[in-house]
Write a protein that binds this ligand. Structure first.
Ligand SMILES: [Zn+2]
Length: 341
């Protein structure tokens, strides 16, 4: 986007097309909202401009009677993809795959995308984003919910796919007050049991266990524990997708004869995790199980041509997978949801 904007302006063909105007026109055509105000605001401006790849505050579409809104919590550029993905391989192997896909080899973008499903009287938020902070380029979930026309008080249910900090950080504000005061809460039974165990508190993930005490445990009285196959509401069911964490859940959403999967952190990079699902990933707690889960989940989505929202896929993180070679190719959604049925 940065490149194309530069080249358009460089050509002098569209002197009237200021950056906000371009954002606005994209807004209208793609329903990917990046308002003029937001482009001026430092935090969201950061998000919109930093990589040129994930601008926009939210993306809305409908499926049957459900209104689905993908929220942009923000993103970060991080160095060394090879130190996170393919940790069982030579870094040159990871770099070669990135290069083959026209991606930089020395750094990558990680972005964070909670999802809202509005169905009947329920407004359900899946994951809450990062904790953020005044200068952080992440933690924009509450602000971007508001921009999408949803007040935090309107959220009726908050569902946690797992307890990593980028998913539970937005449960409360910095002073500890609940961000979604009228919600009831849902989380995986195994996930809750693990992160509140003595073993987790004493193990390598003790930082996450401590954050769980701060961000999740205070909501226990209002929390329903989910097992594989349990429904949050009719047509939205949990599915165990263990490995990334011990109780990691994904969700299958069905409405109007269409299906959509929320795959959370089953795959964390649209090229590295999908094209090479077997590669070890630093953040997967049980690496073998996570790899098997990746192959099973995306194998099923590819076979049935089911679209999915991946929490860390590039914004708006909605797409399809196609079986290819050793893994899958990510195909971003274009206009499939603009079509009936
Ligand atoms: Zn994550």
């Amino acid at each position: 986007m940065a490149t194309s904007r530069r080249s358009i302006i460089g050509l002098g063909a569209a002197a009237a097309l200021s950056a906000p105007a371009l954002l606005l026109s994209r807004n209208v055509h793609a329903d990917t909202h990046a308002s003029v105000d937001a482009a001026k605001a430092p935090v969201n401006g950061d998000v919109a401009m930093a990589s040129g790849g994930d601008g926009g505050e939210f993306r809305r579409f409908s499926m049957g009677g459900s209104d689905i809104i993908i929220i942009n919590d923000g993103g970060r550029n991080v160095p060394g993809p090879g130190s996170i993905f393919g940790t069982d391989l030579k870094e040159a192997t990871v770099s070669a795959l990135l290069d083959e896909n026209l991606l930089p080899t020395d750094q990558m973008r990680i972005s964070f995308h909670p999802v809202v499903i509005r169905k009947g009287a329920d407004i359900i938020l899946f994951d809450t984003g990062n904790a953020g902070g005044p200068d952080a380029p992440v933690g924009n979930t509450v602000e971007n919910l508001k921009r999408a026309g949803i007040a935090p008080d309107d959220i009726t249910k908050v569902v946690l796919t797992h307890f990593h900090p980028d998913h539970i950080g937005g449960m409360t504000a910095e002073d500890g007050t609940p961000n979604f005061p009228n919600a009831s809460y849902y989380a995986g039974e195994e996930e809750y049991a693990f992160w509140t165990s003595d073993a987790a508190m004493a193990g390598p993930g003790q930082g996450v266990a401590q954050l769980t005490q701060q961000k999740v445990v205070p909501f226990k009285e209002k929390m329903t524990m989910l097992k594989d196959g349990d429904e949050v509401v009719s047509g939205v069911s949990a599915k165990g997708a263990f490995g990334h964490t011990p109780g990691h859940l994904i969700f299958m959403v069905e409405d109007g004869g269409r299906m959509l999967a929320l795959t959370a952190d089953t795959a964390n990079h649209f090229v590295l995790s999908l094209q090479r699902p077997e590669w070890e990933v630093k953040f997967d707690m049980d690496k073998e199980k996570a790899a098997q889960t990746r192959k099973d989940v995306f194998g099923m989505l590819a076979a049935d041509r089911i679209p999915f929202i991946g929490y860390h896929m590039p914004f708006p993180s909605l797409g399809y997978v196609k079986t290819e070679g050793e893994g899958f190719r990510f195909i971003a959604e274009s206009y499939q949801f603009a079509m009936e049925g």
